[in-house]
Structures are given as C-alpha cells and as structure tokens.
Design a protein around this ligand. Structure first.
Ligand code: NAD
Length: 481
C-alpha cells in the first residue's frame, strides 16, 4: 500500500522515478498544506509508458475475454477490500466528504465489475447479404488508450477510464490531474497486485501542459479520452486530430432541474439541493440551474434555502455535508462569479455563515442566485462550486427555451407528475442524459454518459463506451455456390 510522501509514476508494472528527477507538490485543500510530492512527468516518461503499453498490447489484445474478465472482477473485489483506505485517501486529496468518497470507491469497484461482466461477451454481428456470402463484423481493440482525467472524481473517472478500454483488449496510459493523483496511482498498484500483466495499466503524473500534452501528441497512442474543461478539451482534440485518432470528450455542463408546479416537492427539493452541493458543486453534471414554474417559485426557493441552512461544512475527512473547493484559485473564481451577479443586481442568497475556523480552507457557502436572466454569467458559465442559478417559467415552451438556452448539454432533470409532459420534454431537451423525477441515479455506471454541444462528444459508461474503445472490421466470405 502507498505510504511514502513521494509518489512515483507507475509504468510497466513498476514504480518509476521521473527521468528528470523533477517533482511537484500536491495540497490538502481543507488546510492548504502540502500533502505529498508527485513525479513531474516529462515527454521521456510518457514515452516510456506508451512503449510499455504498446508492448503489453501485443499480448493483451489476444488474451481470452474470460481471462480479462476474471482480472477485472478480481480488481473490483480488491477495491472493495481496500474501501476505507481508498476513501480516506480520496477525501484527503480532493477535500470531498468521507461518505461521498466511500460512494466513489463503490462506484469505482462497480465499473470493474460491470466491464468484467461483459469482457467475454462483447462481439460483432452477422449481416445478411443477398447471394452466397457470409458477412460478419469483428470488434477489435484500438491499441494504447490515453486517458486524461480531472481532479473532481479521480477514483470514479480513473476507474471507468481503465476498466472499459482494458475489458476489450486495449492498454492504458492514464494522466491524472495534478491537484489529485493519489488514488489513481493506487488503482495502478491494485491492478498490478491482482495480476494484470505489466504495461496494461500505467499512470504518469505531472502537469497538463507537460505530461498531458506529451501523451496526446504521442504517435503510438490510438485513442484519447479526455475529461476536463472545454478550453483544454479543444486543444486536446486539435492535437489528436494531427495524427487522426478518435477522441472521447467529456467536458463541462450547466445542467438544469426543471420543476413544474405538479411536482412532488417533498421529493424534488432534497434532490435538487444534493445535485448542487455534492462534491461542493465540483461535478460536471451538477444541477447548477433550477428552472421553476413561477407559481411555486417562492416555495421552492424557501425550501432550498432552508436545506442550505442545515448543511454542515468542514474538512472532507470529518465527513461533513459540504467540503472545501479543490484550491484557493477555484474558491476565488467562484467568489468572482458571485460578485459579478451581485453587482448586476441579482439576488445572491446564502443561509447561515461560514464558521470562522474554516476561513483557512477553500470553503464557499452554498449559494442561490435568484431570478438570474438567461444571458447572465451565472446561467451561461460553468461555475464549479455550490452555486445554483434560479430562473422561472410560465409555460412548457418557456421551460424548454430556458433549459436548452446554454451551449452545454450534459444532464437535465424534469420534475412533474404529468407523464406525457415528462416524455414530451425529454425528447426535446438537448442533453446527453435526461432524468425524470430523479437526478444522477447512483453513479450511473450502466447508463451511457456524455454531452451535447460544449459538453463534448462520444460516450463513456455502459456498454456504449465499449463501442468507442473498439473498431469494426467487416469480413465477407464467398461460401461457394
Ligand atoms: P482541466 O481541463 O484543467 O484539466 C483536466 C486534465 O487535463 C488534467 O489532468 C490536466 O492536467 C490535463 N491538461 C491540462 N492541460 C493539458 C494539455 N495542454 N494537454 C493535455 N492535458 C492537459 O480540467 P479540471 O479543472 O481538472 O476539471 C474541471 C473540468 O472538468 C470542468 O469543466 C468539469 O465540468 C470537467 N469534468 C467533466 C466530466 C465529464 O465526464 N463530462 C467529469 C468531471 C469533470
């Protein structure tokens, strides 16, 4: 188990010091102190990892599906065996509440279980042709998959970034975010301990513009899965385009909860609140917009503020309701949005006060910006903090215009008792996932996940992800007459 204060890369089944002997600090977001030092990966380290992954691919691609499945299932079990250790490390590194981190461990394990369950069952199809022909498709792995992930859910996103491609015969080089890399290194260690061959799972830590950029540029990489900001995503897609490889882009969101007057508010309000305070709002699919029918506006806003008031803030490892933001930079950014909203005359509402002993950490009180216009910054831009922007509508058409009124389209939720209305709206929403009278649904390992518009393209999770991690070969045989 990892215990050293200096963390090396994990390449070709071994801990590997950075070739340049460069290191960088990673911080505890609750106290602002250095937690550990991480290897600062350079192009030479990335090259070592990609070549190791390429060597491993020559064998792994032909390893029987059942063998791959068994290793993935072993990994699922071992992750659960180490649940408390992994959850504490994740909580310490990201600042998220311990119970949320425990859920993240469960979801990480579930990814390996889900893809372990399908690794020996995923194949092509036969296609009927006229005449004496047999036509079928093979689903073949792509090769070395580069996986670049953000800091908000390293365990969950790291697990899906490894489990899905590896299940269908690819090998992986994963670059975690510089702010939170520790648990992805643990995943690499566990993969090694359960028996994955060296080189199938590699983790190179480092800065985005160094290790991340070198990985995307590497000509032996056959696919890039990028989860992160739109700004960096654009750059990564352009780089990958230079060597014509497929990319899955999981970018940001500005996801709405649409609440009709007919909704069961007792059920809706707690979920609406959870959807914006979970992980202190640092979730790509956070419910950062609340679109509410005018005649229930006052009731819903009062209900949300009442729940905000009851939330306990604190360091993640003390298992509060809301932890700190990841960095002081992120805190300043969120407060900047609130200042702009306040200056432009929007009602910036909080309930309670920040305890004085939390002043050193990156804490922000859950906040509601009321009656924010559609073109305002808090409605249009991803804030990545516990801030929900409220708008109102009178008709279903208005609700849809508001919901589809940003450039993002990751997740939406509809709250109504009218079944016809729910499905009518679901069809018209520009959003990769739509929830009806619920939100998120327990990690959603089984459900295809990805965005419309600026939220990205391609799909992760579920069986759908495996289509992106394989390429189709069509084989046509003349069977004789
Ligand atoms: P980010 O874009 O700054 O960084 C993401 C990753 O990209 C990090 O590992 C970083 O080191 C790397 N990177 C940075 N520059 C790079 C470059 N030039 N080349 C290659 N890699 C580079 O994002 P972040 O701040 O870590 O995360 C927050 C963002 O992630 C938010 O926008 C959020 O919505 C998004 N996100 C999306 C999903 C999803 O599944 N759709 C999930 C979680 C987070």
């Amino acid at each position: 188990m990892l215990s050293q204060q200096r963390y090396r890369h994990f390449i070709d089944g071994e801990w590997a010091a950075p070739d340049t002997d460069s290191w960088f600090p990673t911080y505890d977001p609750a106290r602002g102190v250095v937690l550990a030092e991480l290897a600062r990966g350079a192009a030479v380290d990335v090259d070592r990892a990609v070549l190791a992954a390429e060597r491993a691919f020559t064998i792994w691609q032909y390893t029987d599906g059942i063998e791959r499945a068994r290793l993935l299932l072993k990994m699922a079990h071992k992750i659960l065996d180490e649940k408390e250790h992994l959850a504490r490390l994740e909580s310490l590194d990201t600042g998220k509440p311990l119970s949320q981190a425990r859920t993240d461990v469960d979801v990480a394990s579930r990814y390996f279980e889900f893809y372990g369950g399908i690794a020996d069952k995923f194949g092509g199809e036969t296609i009927p042709l006229p005449g004496p022909y047999l036509d079928y498709t093979l689903r073949e792995p792509l090769g070395v998959c580069a996986v670049i992930i953000p800091w908000n859910y390293p365990l969950q996103i790291g697990a899906r970034g490894i489990a899905a491609p590896v299940a269908v015969g690819n090998t992986v080089v994963l670059k975690p975010a510089e702010e939170a890399s520790l648990t992805t290194l643990e995943l690499a260690r566990i993969a090694d301990e359960v028996g994955f061959p060296p080189g199938v799972v590699n983790v190179v830590t480092g800065l985005g513009e160094e290790a991340g950029a070198a990985l995307v540029r590497h000509h032996r990489v056959s696919h890039v899965t990028f989860t992160g900001s739109v700004e960096v995503g654009r750059h990564v897609a352009a780089e990958a385009g230079q060597h014509v490889i497929p990319v899955t882009m999981e970018l940001g969101g500005k996801s709405p909860n649409i609440v009709f007057a007919s909704a069961d508010l007792q059920r809706a309000i707690p979920v609406v609140v959870r959807s914006i305070v979970q992980n202190a709002g640092q979730t790509c699919s956070a419910g950062s917009r609340l679109i509410v029918e005018e005649r229930i506006h006052d009731e819903v806003v009062a209900g949300v503020l009442e729940r905000f008031k009851a939330l306990r803030l604190g360091p993640g490892v003390e298992d509060p309701d809301v932890g700190p933001l990841i960095s002081d930079r992120q805190k300043a950014r969120v407060l900047g949005f609130l200042e702009t909203a306040d200056k432009s005359g929007q009602a910036v509402l909080q309930a309670g006060e920040l305890p004085s002993d939390l002043a050193q950490g990156n804490f922000v009180l859950p906040t509601l910006v009321d009656r924010a216009p559609l073109d305002s910054q808090v409605v249009q831009e991803e804030i990545f903090g516990p801030v929900v922007a409220v708008s109102t509508f009178r008709t279903e058409e208005e609700a849809l215009t508001l919901a589809n009124g940003t450039q993002y389209g990751l997740v939406s939720a509809i709250w109504t008792r009218d079944v016809g209305q729910a499905h009518r709206i679901a069809r018209q929403l520009k959003s990769g996932q739509v929830f009806i009278n619920t939100y998120g649904a327990g990690g959603g390992v089984e459900m295809p996940f990805g965005g419309y518009g600026l939220s990205g393209y391609g799909r992760e999770k579920g069986v759908e992800a495996l289509r992106h991690y394989t390429q189709v070969k069509n084989v046509c045989v003349h069977t004789g007459v």
